[in-house]
Every structure is written in structure tokens, then in C-alpha cells.
Design a protein around this ligand. Sequence first.
Ligand SMILES: [Fe+2]
Length: 387
Amino acid sequence: MWYWDAPRLVFGEDAVEYLEQISGKRAFIVTDKIMVDLGFVEIVQKKLQKANIESTYYDEVEPDPSVQTAKKGVELCREYKPDWIIGLGGGSPMDVAKAIDFMYENPDMKLENLSPFIQFKLHDKCKIIQIPTTSGTGAEITWAVVLTDLEEKRKLLLASREIVADVAIIDPQFPAKMPPKLTSSTGLDALTHAVEGYVSIWGNIYSDAMCEKAVELIFQNLETAVEDGSNMEARENMHNAATMAGLGFGNSQAGIAHSMGHSIGAVLHKPHGFCVGIALPYTMDFNISAEGGPKEKYAILARKALSISEKDDFEASKILIEKIKDVMKNVGAPLSYKEFEIPKKDFEENFDLIVLNADQDSCTATSRPIPTREEFQMLLRKAYEGE
Ligand SMILES: [Fe+2]
């Protein structure tokens, strides 16, 4: 038995108008200050007004959001008593919206109880809508929440299929405001989700279908979206591709490019998209040469997404890896951690911790093959030097 979890998807031009149709009394918007400055919060509030829904917003979500930010948010949420919680922004506001919803609907539970092994109430007192404004994280779809506990100085990885949103609004007007670098880094995050979700040991026919289409759309549209941010066709295709990749890896699992990227990002405080994107080609190279590795599936992906007829799986996989590197170059992405301006000294001083974290990351166990500690060392050094 397996599961497929997804919210209702409302997508396409002016999808945000869906908010005019919902019923309720009060909406609590979880967001950040950039969303307020860009006028996105105002757009959402005006749509809610048309549905006769009062709204307020909490705009204190920071990058790499903290447990403390979520706890402050839920206090305000409890005072406001909403029947809708709306996450608006990149992955951080959407993750905090999930945590706030959980604590609001389960006041007697600790945040740590947000786990697949514990029963709790959701979607009862309140429903949740996610509105992504970047095209990459897939947080509008996924059922994980990553928060940093500032007091205990640790990352908290919370997850439950029950936290999947009721509705995700995939409206391209929001990512259309992203500058080229953010378009590039978030787009490579989406590409990494799709490729890794496709070869995960938890991959299934539904996640495969989403990952295949996502890779095809990203190859066709990412370079245009970075070069010409006003091209709404490319923006819309990238926005849908990111959600498809989210559905794909969210219903399978990411892989060791995410293990390495998570670790580098957390230890050296670098943003997620390039951290995982840089690792992707190195990990694919490693995977195709390994006994029992997924080269057959990479080859299928290459033939579908690139319309090639190369019969040898290893060679077809190589073509896919080269294509990913070409796209990375064309969107101005760094191809190594050194090029990503991580100082050698910082990398070396923290190397053992980076390796340990990558090894213990939740994405490692569902990869094939699973690298040994020594192989992670080799992969991280290659990805640093760009070899
Ligand atoms: Fe990611």
C-alpha cells in the first residue's frame, strides 16, 4: 500500500482570484516583510475582502525560520481566531504556516508532536492555503516543516502527511517579480527535486509522472525565465514545474544532493537552491557508476526529457548530466562550492561536521546507492573543487 498526498491545486493566470470564492470569517496570513513591500499581502487581502473575509498578517518570518518565530505567530493566531491560515511567500513562510496551523488546532500538544506516528486534529477548526511566490521549494505541497530551535541550537525536522495544505494557489504573477539570481537558484532546487524524486527508492508511478514532466518543463523554460523575467509563459511553466516537482519528491523523497546541500547550507549558512543544485551533477556521476545505481532510470528520464535515442543507459545518463551542467552555466549558477564563494578555510574547518550531517540526513537513507562516510568525503571534496 502506498499513498499520494496533494492539496487542491488552483493554477494559472489570476489563480489568486480563487480567494474570492472561499467561505469563512477570518484569515491569518503568514508571510515576510518582502511580501508586504512587493504588495503581495495587499493583493491577497483585497481578494479576501471580496469574499467578506476579514484578514490580518504576521510578517516576521525570517529565512531559516525559528521555532520561536512560529510560537510567536501562534499566539497572535489564537487571539485572532481565524478559520483560514494562508502561507504566502517562499518555503519559510509556508513552513511556518504549517507549524502555526498545527499548534493552533492542537493547543495541548508540543510542536515536536508533529510527527507521522502521532494522531492529532487538523483541517477542523481551520483550513490552510499555501501561495508560493518562488518557483522551487515545493513547500506548498510537501508535508515537512524545517525550523531552527534557537534556544537549543538545533534543526527541528517535523513531518506528517496530515499537514498537507487544503489548497495551493499556483499563480505566476507572484514569481514573475523574482530577480534572475533567485529565479536561477529556486529553479535548480526544483530540478534537483524532480531528478532525485525520480530515482528515490520511494519513487512510484505517480511521482515518476510528475518528475518527468517537471524536468521537461524546467529544461524548456528555466533559461528563458532567468534571461527574461517578463516572459509570462516561461514563468507560468516554471511555476507549475516547481509544484509538479514538489508533488513528485514530496510523494517519494529527495536524495544525496539534498543531504549534501542541507549540510553545507546549515553549517556554512548558504541558501538552499544553489547548495543542492551544485551537488546534483556530482551525485549523479557517483550514482551511475555504482553497483545497483539508478542509471536505467536516469537514462529513461534523459530519453523522455531530451528526446534522445541513445540506447546505452550509461551514455544516456551522461548526456542528462551534461545537460544539467549546461543549464546551470546558462543560468549563471556556480558549478562548485568554491565558485559559490565558500572560503576554503571555512569548508576545511567544518568538513567533519558537514560529512557527518550529510551522512545522517533523512534524504540519505532513501538514496541508491547509499554512500559510505568516505564516499561522502570524496563527493563533497569534488563538489568543492569542481572536479
Ligand atoms: Fe530542495
